[in-house]
Design a protein around this ligand. Structure first.
Ligand SMILES: [Zn+2]
Length: 299
């Protein structure tokens, strides 16, 4: 095991221990922030070392924090919150996720770009929680892969009704047991999908946005109306897969799920296109929210 993984694991164990002990002594309270900060720093170093388009300084500048989630290896799932501002009530809560598939590099980078926009212009219009890299093990391993460290396609691991009947059957019959589409042995068998599931429960998002590549379309699951177009990406309803986030959150839980499929996994859209997708997303969110009187999620 490489030294940095060992260190990240050790730091994760320490952080978990510190949290579990409920910081019962002043000593523990003093320990926790520096440990957490070290873990964010170590993860940003690895992201900067992997992605040509997000360097270490850019990653650190965003001010990502630890979520409550860790990948299989102990690498943290980082999160940034853009909370309600005192000046206005947000129109709704939006959860934005990049990199659920570890080899879709552009889906991580573009979320960093959009966070840079929010860092400058967050106006309190929406209450955002953003995780640019939900599958850190998939991206940050030597050869990036779609699945997590256990070889599970996290986007097939969500607890849809009939998961045991449908998901395995679909995987065997429709994908010829393609290892890249392996749904796992049970719903929420993986820490990353458990984290997202729990985060949805905690945050109660009114819209979920998940970024992928390379199909070059806009997909949508859940209660209408679907967006027609973001930038040059046009709506093309691909249908849901058993165990996918779209099937689970969009169809089963009635939370609109927008899937942004960028056209290439290894090449970013132009700067203009990155901004246009963002502007069209925000414009569409304004038509959708408030879905009901906005309330603030407790955390
Ligand atoms: Zn994907």
């Amino acid at each position: 095991m490489p030294a940095f993984v060992q260190m990240a694991l050790l730091a994760a164990v320490l952080a978990t221990f510190a949290a579990a002990a409920a910081a019962s002594t002043n000593e523990m309270e003093a320990l926790e922030p520096s440990t957490n900060g070290d873990l964010v720093t170590a993860t940003c170093q690895r992201i900067g070392g992997k992605l040509g388009s997000v360097d270490y300084e850019e990653c650190m500048k965003i001010g990502l924090e630890l979520s409550e989630g860790y990948a299989v290896s102990g690498t943290p799932i980082l999160l940034k919150e853009y909370p309600p501002l005192p000046t206005r009530a947000p129109r709704g809560r939006v959860l934005l996720i990049g990199g659920i598939h570890g080899d879709e590099y552009s889906s991580v980078t573009i979320v960093f770009r959009w966070m840079e926009i929010l860092d400058r212009y967050h106006s309190g219009l929406f209450h955002w929680r953003i995780s640019p890299l939900m599958n850190p093990d998939g991206l940050l391993r030597k050869k990036s892969q779609r699945m997590n460290e256990n070889g599970v396609d996290l986007n097939r691991n969500f607890p849809c009704p009939n998961w045991f009947d449908e998901t395995r059957d679909y995987w065997v019959r429709r994908t010829s047991s393609n290892p890249r589409r392996f749904p796992g042995d049970a719903p929420l068998s993986e820490p990353e999908s458990r984290w997202l599931h729990d985060e949805i429960e905690r945050f109660q998002p009114e819209v979920i946005v998940s970024v992928h590549a390379p199909h070059g379309v806009l997909d949508f699951d859940g209660p209408p109306e679907a967006p027609k177009r973001f930038g040059s990406l046009h709506l093309n309803l691909l249908g849901t897969y058993p165990g996918s986030l779209g099937r689970y959150a969009g169809v089963h839980k009635d939370i609109p799920v927008v899937t942004i499929e960028l056209p290439r996994a290894g090449t970013m859209p132009t700067y203009k296109e990155q901004r246009q997708i963002w502007l069209d997303l925000v414009r569409w969110l304004k038509t959708r929210l408030p879905a009901e009187p906005a309330t603030h999620a407790a955390r």
